[in-house]
Write a protein that binds this ligand. Structure first.
Ligand code: ATP
Ligand code: MG
Length: 260
């Protein structure tokens, strides 16, 4: 299978500290590529550079062979690349369905003039968007919550809602920044099954996570980062045995400790 995402040489420094130092990795359709490493390793920065939220100092990001570096984040949805955020970015007072429809921003066909004049084409567009959002909520087991105020949902449901918003535009590549952080065991299990279902659909997934049992269970490939650089890259079983990775664990717990 060929690479849908090819990231090479990503480098960015903040006040002399290199958050990314020549990071190179790739992701394929129908595969889960995990990006792991200790706090501050540069995982979120890497996602931000791919999704257009941060401009790196150097490097290349190819999506489906096309150079997308420098494109604004809002252009990415239309290309088929979406993401979730480490810290939830809900519109707390809007309902669940409306929050999902926000994920279709960047794909709407009707323009601003049509919106102002309330053209019938716009009403059709709105109906189409609501139907898509409802289908996505059903897929994620959230259909019953469509009319609920997003901010009032339990945290686990909000994390699934974040996934719905990233999924509704039918992306080919999804970047997930800590989708199970703060979830209990049952919620983590549900999220793990959903992520595997997305892989079954043929999506390319980049999974940033500290939950090593989830990472090792679902990932096809694991990229290990430390201080902005890659220290290992391979199937989970191989990466687990890598000396530098073993050294980076503190006590073999479920989370990464400090860099070796
Ligand atoms: N906007 C910014 N300004 C200054 N420094 C930043 C900025 N964003 C990230 N950094 C620094 O870059 C490094 C990498 O941060 P990043 O958030 O990418 O790490 P991470 O691997 O996602 O960590 P965590 O597991 O805690 O989420 C850190 O040292 C961080 O303090
Ligand atoms: Mg992070």
């Amino acid at each position: 299978m060929s690479e849908l995402l090819q990231v090479s040489g990503l480098t960015i420094a903040y006040g002399g500290v290199k958050a990314l130092d020549g990071l190179t990795f790739s992701a394929r359709a129908g595969e889960i590529t995990a990006l792991i490493g200790p706090n501050g390793a540069g995982k979120t920065t890497a996602i931000n550079c791919v999704s257009g939220h941060t401009r790196p100092d150097a490097g290349q990001v190819l999506f489906n062979g096309r150079d997308i570096l420098g494109l604004p984040a809002r252009a990415m949805t239309g290309l088929g690349l979406t993401r979730t955020f480490q810290h939830l970015r809900m519109f707390g007072r809007m309902n669940v369905l409306e929050n999902v429809m926000v994920g279709l921003h960047g794909t709407a066909r009707a323009g601003f003039t049509a919106a102002m004049l309330r053209f019938p084409s716009l009403r059709r567009e709105e109906r189409r968007m609501a139907e898509k959002a409802m289908d996505t909520l059903s897929f994620l087991g959230l259909a019953d919550l469509a009319g609920r105020t997003a901010g009032a949902l339990p945290y686990g449901d909000q994390k699934r809602l974040a996934l719905a918003r990233a999924l509704v535009s039918e992306p080919r590549l999804m970047l997930l920044d800590e989708p199970v952080a703060g979830l209990n065991t049952a919620e983590t299990g549900t999220m793990g099954r959903l992520i595997l279902a997305l892989r079954e659909k043929g999506l390319a997934l980049v999974l940033v996570e500290h939950d090593m049992s989830l990472v090792m269970r679902v990932s096809d490939r694991v990229v290990v980062m430390c201080s902005g650089a890659k220290i290992a890259d391979g199937p989970p079983q191989e990466v687990q045995r890598h000396p530098e990775v073993v050294a980076a664990y503190l006590g073999g717990g479920k989370e990464f400790g400090l860099c070796a």
